[in-house]
Design a binder for this molecule. Structure first.
Ligand SMILES: C[S@@+](CC[C@H](N)C(=O)[O-])C[C@H]1O[C@@H](n2cnc3c(N)ncnc32)[C@H](O)[C@@H]1O
Length: 261
């Protein structure tokens, strides 16, 4: 089976409109094969799919077909290591940190481990993880990770915060309870506002899927829940260059960070 060009165009428009993810020529083929597989697995026709995608619940299930959840513990560790240094430099007595998108939870859990290890157990902080993909959040809430996922966790931290579980690694409850997870979209401003205000926002490996318009929109949405003077971390492969957003570039320890102005 090969999904028709018209159906594919309708689906990719819908994805762009709701999630901001751009399906251009380079990834259209991949999208086509993902849609084909989804139709086959769910025994649906193209017409069924187009009709049912209008239903919000169905669309939420479909999201995991198109999202790329690639992540692992301590990915781009230089940002995570910078966090306690910034907290100390800014003399913060407590901190709220948002990880959006958090995918299956490795990023927010890495942040918690870093803070527990470097700030001591008395430092008060909140870590919130958000992803639009419900399936990813379900995995995050279970807290069971593959060997590949934990490959960058230092052995001492692996022993301290994880237990072996059927050949995988289960996050110990004390660590798991430190992150609150939500299914949510970076384009849903009222949802974002319901989370409160944050000192630090990690928004890594999301902007790469967006065009300039959606990058600008997403960052202006996040700016609304970002404390003035707070810091934003994006991936090393991403840039805010050329975007009209309220963030100022700074370099600390050779790492680029963005300050909310
Ligand atoms: C590659 S992962 C990045 C995870 C983590 N931040 C990291 O750098 O390892 C990208 C995630 O973005 C999520 N995503 C895509 N569009 C989104 C949106 N509009 N709002 C929130 N999350 C979104 C996907 O579900 C996916 O889990």
């Amino acid at each position: 089976m090969a999904v028709s060009t018209e159906t594919l165009r309708t689906v990719s428009d819908m994805i762009y409109h709701r999630l901001g993810i751009v399906a251009d020529k380079s990834n259209m083929r991949l999208l086509a094969s993902k849609v084909d597989l989804f139709l086959l697995r769910n025994n649906l026709t193209e017409q069924d799919l187009l009709r049912r995608l209008k239903d919000q619940r169905f669309f939420e299930d479909f999201i995991s077909v198109i999202t790329v959840n690639e992540t692992y513990f301590f990915r781009e560790k230089e940002h995570i290591s910078l966090l306690p240094k910034l907290i100390k430099r800014e003399r913060l007595l407590k901190a709220r940190i948002l990880s959006i998108p958090c995918s299956t939870g490795e990023e927010p859990l890495s942040i918690v481990m870093e803070l527990l290890e470097s700030m001591g157990s008395t430092f008060r902080f909140d870590v919130v993880g958000v992803d639009v993909d419900k399936r990813a959040i379900d995995i995050a809430r279970k807290g069971i990770y593959s060997r590949r996922s934990v490959m960058r966790v230092p052995p001492a931290l692996l022993r301290k915060y994880f237990e072996e579980y059927n050949g995988a690694y289960k996050v110990k409850t004390e660590l798991k309870l430190k992150v609150k997870y939500y299914v949510g979209n970076v384009f849903d401003v009222s949802f974002l506002k319901s989370l409160g205000i944050f000192d630090f926002i990690f928004c890594r490996n999301l902007l790469i899927y967006f065009d300039t318009k959606k990058r600008t929109e997403a960052l202006n949405n996040l700016a609304q829940i970002h404390k003035s003077g707070g810091y934003l971390f994006i991936s090393k492969t991403e840039t805010l260059l050329g975007l009209v957003v309220p963030y100022k570039r700074e370099v600390m320890d050779g790492v680029i960070v963005y300050k909310r102005v």
